[in-house]
Design a protein around this ligand. Structure first.
Ligand SMILES: [Ca+2]
Length: 364
């Protein structure tokens, strides 16, 4: 029956909406065939009346589309003032529908004015189609198909529709899955960094939004979901990239972050640590500036387990003698942070106090 209805629609696409409804549903006009009270249950329904009378009330199938199937037909040749498109919403195994929402990606085409047998509005990435008064009154019973017509000034390259909800129930509550990888996690030369997201969903992945430190930097709407990022010295430092996958119902999932270190034009030095304790020590002693040899291991720990930070203190005193109290304070604080005994700390502190008031520290 649905095929015949679709054929009818193509043939009578230029007639008025109520006449078209009559041609499709065999009605002489909605206002004369249905009750004025929309809350009253109607025995007649869109499509097969016999099935509506004999079918038991159906529960909502958990199949991602509520037991409904929406398909698309469109004409690639101009029809009248534009191009004709048709969606067919079939109730395969769902409950009688008195409301619905369909989302359709029209491949960039726009809808001219309104739709026939559905209300349609432009939304992000396509159009949303909702039930017309006729469906509110009569419903779509199991086995029945509702055709929806629309016209576009643009030719269609593709149309992809999804059932979003039936009778107010969201058909797909399951969010997508997504993992993100980067072509490199250490960038040392200008070029391009490719982000690749592997995303899947029980219905479909509509788009993947890429982010850098939480800020949108690009979108891909077709698989494979990738984004090429220009890598230059402005990105120097560590950045966290994430990707968010959306399904047609708006469910979303954010990937685990991928951290990329960019150091274009930088010089690196480093060492190795065997244990957490060693690593902690490295953070303490290497995460600071030191005045040449005075801060190196060979000077500080010339004898194993005997730390001598006095050379840092001496360096601070030398800067103070030259009148460079900023540097004197810097190295004095470094010596203070590294001092292991109260006696050492006390000695360094007494010098530091002098540097802070612009006085050199001299041995009496
Ligand atoms: Ca989903």
């Amino acid at each position: 029956m649905s095929d015949r209805m679709s054929t009818n629609l193509r043939l009578v696409g230029s007639v008025g909406p109520w006449l078209l409804a009559g041609a499709v549903f065999g009605l002489s006009g909605c206002s004369t065939d249905v009750s004025d009270d929309p809350s009253e249950e109607q025995s007649e329904s869109v499509g097969s009346t016999e099935e509506a009378l004999t079918s038991a009330p159906a529960s909502m199938p958990n199949d991602g589309s509520c037991g409904f199937k929406v398909t698309s037909n469109y004409l690639s040749r101009r029809s009248g003032t534009g191009y004709l498109g048709e969606l067919s919403l079939k109730n395969v195994s769902g409950p009688k529908a008195k409301s619905f929402e369909i989302f359709a990606d029209l491949g960039g085409a726009g809808i001219r004015r309104r739709c026939l047998l559905a209300d349609c509005t432009a939304v992000d990435g396509g159009y949303s189609f909702t039930e017309p008064l006729l469906v509110k009154l009569l419903g779509i019973s199991q086995g029945a198909t509702l055709p929806i017509l629309y016209g576009s000034p643009d030719p269609y390259s593709s149309v992809t529709p999804y059932v979003i909800s039936i009778n107010g129930t969201k058909c797909d509550p399951v969010p997508p899955q997504i993992t993100l990888t980067a072509s490199s996690t250490l960038v040392t030369a200008s070029g391009s960094l490719r982000l690749s997201a592997a995303a899947s969903d029980n219905v479909a992945v509509r788009k993947v939004v890429f982010k850098r430190d939480g800020v949108d930097i690009g979108v891909d709407t077709t698989a494979p979901f990738t984004l090429d990022v220009a890598a230059d010295a402005t990105l120097n430092g560590r950045k966290a990239y994430t990707a968010v996958a959306y399904d047609p119902s708006g469910n979303s999932t954010t990937s685990a972050p991928v951290r990329v270190l960019t150091g274009i034009g930088n010089k690196f030095f480093g060492t190795a640590a065997d244990t957490t304790a060693d690593y902690s020590q490295l953070l303490t002693y290497f995460n600071q500036l030191t005045p040449g040899n005075a801060g190196k291991w060979g000077s500080v720990e010339a004898t194993r387990n005997v730390m001598d930070w006095s050379k840092l203190d001496t360096a601070a005193a030398a800067f103070a003698e030259c009148g460079d109290f900023d540097r004197a304070i810097l190295w004095s604080k470094a010596a203070l942070a590294a001092a292991r005994t109260d006696a050492d700390r006390s000695e360094v502190k007494s010098s530091l106090v002098l540097y802070e008031i612009g006085q050199p520290a001299r041995v009496p």
